[in-house]
Design a protein around this ligand. Structure first.
Ligand code: NDP
Length: 487
């Protein structure tokens, strides 16, 4: 059976490349190639820029409320096609349909809707200075680039296009080579919603295509989601013409469970923050610090619920709640970390191996894995694994656990479970992380800014400040009095 071949989506249509170079995309749950995609060669890259230039002229001239209407139409189409789009995400990523159905498309649509609402609210200032005055205008940056990771492909494309387009910019988006289809579907929806051609172009390929975006002199900003190491390379290239950057990078986030916590809720949070999307979430609380006095109770419940409630299998089965990892390479990487955990002296509480479920025997599954007796010098406690691997650590003293939680170069998320509101806030305020939760974990509504401290990132996504980051301020000084000149 022949599989479909998708071309790059430029100026409102699919455009063939000249090199004929393609890459294959596999379904992680079956190990089968499901389609091919043409690489954005030089001819495509040139067309993408020319199209974006034209798109910017049309889009930035529109009244913000007109842009808002078009974005809202796209939101309507995204929600109307939720099931079809969710299925595409499941086949590309290996995640369970029970997640994609209610999270991926909906949270993407929410963000576009949020920024569509904000588009017409952008205002400048006016201020008198002596007899003259000046005013400011919020103007778009121009052509922006988005580069996405593979864990939430369509959602990432929405999170980057929502604020960029609402502010009047145009976006050239490169999805991950592992998950290229969701962004194409979004591009089609934007055109159907009435967006001018060239406002949202999708280019396909691996690092070389990403590098081209980060070095092209006409691109004003790069919004990147991916690993810390790649983020550093992107920033370095972006410096070539002083592009603005937003960096959404990796994490090794702590969850601190105090002795007065609701243990059932804390276990729910730890499981969600390690096993949802088979552990492939940047904010995951992979270092779980539990107070000594509730430690036994916590790990007994954690082990029992993990062993009883995880259903791995065909991700299209709505009962399945653990999907396949993105690739064989990534599965091997995660299993390698598990071996390191064992070798470095952590105790395996449960899991610790690959899975081959009956309904998806060839998928890249890893059993939910929990290590106890962990210490801060272990590789599994120090490095981001991006799979279903939780490290549990014990603490007794508040100041000590804060210091240990902060002892990392990363600072994406952090969580605290305690019924003592003063302690909960006091501790959260001392944690060096950009996205924090008290008696909750993982929720990320459109209204809430998200981003990392330290090496977990620069800038924010979502929330009002993100719209501002896609604008530049122009000051206009107006002379009302005669110029005083010595000449
Ligand atoms: P990578 O850094 O490997 O890739 C991210 C994107 O960058 C991909 O589209 C990739 O292309 C592209 N790319 C690779 N090299 C370059 C380069 N030199 N220049 C420009 N672009 C390049 O990340 P993953 O896709 O493996 O995603 C997992 C990582 O993403 C984890 O560290 C995770 O924590 C992080 N992440 C962070 C989030 C956040 O909001 N903070 C959210 C989600 C994930 P290709 O893959 O096609 O080669």
């Amino acid at each position: 059976m022949t599989t479909p071949v998708y071309q790059n989506f430029i100026h409102g249509q699919f455009v063939p490349n000249q090199s004929k170079e393609t890459f294959a995309v596999k379904n992680p749950a079956t190990d089968e190639v499901i389609y091919h995609v043409e690489v954005a060669d030089e001819s495509i890259q040139e067309k993408a820029i020319a199209s974006a230039r034209e798109g910017f002229t049309a889009w930035s001239a529109m009244a913000p409320i007109e842009r808002s209407r078009i974005l809202n139409k796209a939101v309507y189409l995204l929600r109307e096609r939720n099931d079809e789009l969710a299925k595409i995400e499941v086949l590309d990523t290996g995640k369970p349909i029970q997640e994609a159905d209610c999270v991926d498309i909906q949270t993407g649509a929410d963000v576009i809707e949020y920024f569509a609402g904000l588009a017409p609210t952008q205002v400048g200032t006016q201020q008198p200075v002596a007899n003259d005055f000046f005013y400011t205008r919020k103007e778009p940056l121009g052509i922006c680039a988005g580069i996405g990771a593979w864990n939430y492909p369509l959602q990432i494309a929405c999170w980057k296009s929502g604020p960029a387009l609402a502010a009047g910019n145009v976006l050239i988006f490169k999805p991950s080579e592992e998950t290229p289809l969701g962004a194409i579907k979004l591009a089609e929806i934007f055109i159907e919603a009435g967006m001018p051609a060239g406002v949202f172009n999708v280019v396909q390929g691996a690092a070389e295509v990403g590098q081209w975006l980060t070095t092209h002199t006409e691109i004003e900003k790069v919004s990147f989601t991916g690993e810390v190491g790649t983020g550093k390379k992107v920033m370095q290239s972006a410096a070539s013409n002083l592009k603005d950057v937003t960096m959404e990078l990796g994490g090794k986030s702590p969850l601190i469970v105090f002795d007065d916590a609701d243990i059932t809720e804390a276990v729910s949070a730890a499981m969600l923050g390690n096993f949802y999307t088979q552990g492939e979430i940047c904010t995951n609380c992979t270092r779980v610090y539990v107070h000594k006095s509730v430690y036994t109770q916590f790990i007994n419940q954690l082990k029992a619920r993990t062993e009883a409630n995880i259903i791995a299998g065909d991700p299209l089965d709505p009962n399945v709640n653990l999907g396949a990892l993105i690739s064989k390479k990534h599965q091997d990487l995660v299993l390698g970390y598990i071996e390191k955990g064992k070798a470095e002296g952590a105790t395996l509480l449960t899991g610790g191996h690959a899975l081959s479920p009956e309904s998806a025997p060839n998928g890249y599954f890893v059993a939910p894995t929990i290590f106890t007796d962990c210490t801060e010098d272990m590789t599994i406690v120090k490095e981001e694994i991006f799979g279903p691997v939780m490290s549990v650590l014990v603490f007794e003293d508040e100041a000590d656990v804060i210091a240990r939680a902060n002892n990392t170069e990363l600072g994406l998320g952090a969580g605290v479970f305690s019924q003592n509101i003063q302690r909960a806030h006091r501790v959260i305020h001392q944690l060096k992380a950009g996205i924090c939760w008290i008696n909750s974990y993982g929720n990320s509504p459109a209204e809430m800014p998200v981003g990392g401290y330290k090496q977990s990132g620069i800038g924010r996504e979502n929330g009002i400040e993100t719209l501002n980051s896609y604008t530049q301020t122009k000051s206009v000084y107006v002379g009302m009095s005669q110029i005083e000149s010595p000449f």
